[in-house]
Design a protein around this ligand. Sequence first.
Ligand SMILES: [Zn+2]
Length: 132
Amino acid sequence: MIVSLHVATGAAAGAATGSRLAAVLLGPILHLAGDRLPHQDIGSRHFEIGSGLAALVLLAARRGPVDPATLGAAASSAPDLEHVLPFLRPGGSKLFHGSRGWHRSGRFPADLQLLLAGAILGALVARPSRAV
Ligand SMILES: [Zn+2]
């Protein structure tokens, strides 16, 4: 699943629970669940990293870096770091995406995922949990 939708679903879960601990614990589970849906991916790693980081920065700026939504977003997107950081693959095998991973390719279109991610993130940054 595309990185920005991992960020968005993690943020939504964090905001829904309102708990930092729950947000951090739910993140990786949501990541696995998202990758389990048969989905298309975006081939550009540059776009994936850029859009994911932009979404995280936006959440942190609008809701605060330790808001449950921001923490949930980080926890939910973190498993994809193993694609780019070799030290997260001890022994060379990926924890979330290797033989033990649940990644499935399929019909869920990448552009629809992007649209959903934008809609979720838009709603979350439009209504901050606290008054500024
Ligand atoms: Zn993944």
